[in-house]
Design a binder for this molecule. Structure first.
Ligand SMILES: [Zn+2]
Ligand SMILES: [Zn+2]
Length: 273
């Protein structure tokens, strides 16, 4: 992406490192605070109506919303988020990873304002980190819940299916959040996906061409139509005395009348090869 390269040259030095760890730290703090103060989550959640009423902090604090309340699930979730976020940061550079999250965050906020009374979740933003990681490392295997080995690509397929189901059947807020979370993924990967599609189409065309070539016989007897594919037992020759040097099978090489052109036709015609 050329635009991103240009931006990186200009603003790369402002990149914030370890954004994943920062987000996880906020979520861990919120997770423990919420145990003693149950109303915490409703104070930090992104509810656009409340933002419009002046509670601007919600635009940022919702990023600290912790995952599921079960500590084991929460720990696994943070572990995975850390693993993927750190890998993306390492693969892309801090700046690009910042942009990826920033675009996801901005899209989430914009979409949430289309449904100002509902609560926007951070889940889909983290989902976009997962999708980017799975796209870059499809064969990376994780132990799901530390037990079940699963490859990233299969989890990504399930996630995309889940998104599709929500897009078809979910409520409006969920649909908007999914569109928001897919925004940054599309922005970062569309050119790569397009070029992959193009090269696979080229490959398919080449394969079709090759298989057609394999089905086309090289030698066809111009008298009886026998060819080297259907009649591998025959041998084929080209008669140099015939005009155009046509191909003949054994039998017709011996028995054919030479093809001649123009006025000398009568003279040569009838002479056996
Ligand atoms: Zn023949
Ligand atoms: Zn001939």
């Amino acid at each position: 992406m050329r635009l991103l390269d240009r931006l990186q040259r200009r603003f790369g030095r402002f990149a914030v490192p370890h954004l994943t760890e920062g987000l996880i730290a906020c979520q861990v703090v919120a997770y423990f605070f919420q145990q003693s103060n149950a109303s915490l989550l409703s104070t930090i959640a992104l509810v656009p109506r409340r933002v419009l009423e002046g509670e601007v902090w919600r635009l940022f604090t919702f990023l600290g919303t912790p995952p599921l309340s079960n500590p084991l699930f929460a720990f696994f979730f943070w572990y995975m988020f850390y693993l993927m976020g750190a890998a993306l940061e390492h693969t892309w550079s801090e700046f690009r990873y910042n942009v990826y999250l920033l675009v996801g965050w901005a899209a989430t906020v914009v979409m949430s304002f289309l449904q100002p009374d509902s609560i926007a979740s951070i889940g889909f933003l983290q989902g976009s980190v997962f999708l980017a990681f799975a796209y870059l490392y499809p064969d990376f295997q994780i132990l799901f819940m530390f037990i079940l080995p699963v490859k990233m690509k299969w989890m990504a397929v399930l996630t995309w299916l889940y998104y599709l189901v929500i897009l078809l059947l979910g409520d409006v807020t969920a649909k908007l959040l999914i569109l928001a979370s897919v925004c940054n993924f599309v922005l970062f990967f569309w050119s790569d996906i397009l070029s992959r599609l193009r090269s696979s189409r080229r490959r398919m065309a080449r394969q079709t061409e090759q298989s057609r070539a394999a089905k086309t016989p090289r030698h066809v007897c111009s008298v009886c139509g026998a060819d080297n594919l259907r009649n591998p037992e025959l041998s084929f020759r080209y008669c140099s005395k015939c005009v155009g040097s046509p191909c003949y099978c054994d039998t017709h090489l011996r028995e054919h009348q030479h093809i001649v052109a123009g006025p000398i036709a009568d003279k040569d015609n009838g002479r056996k090869n």
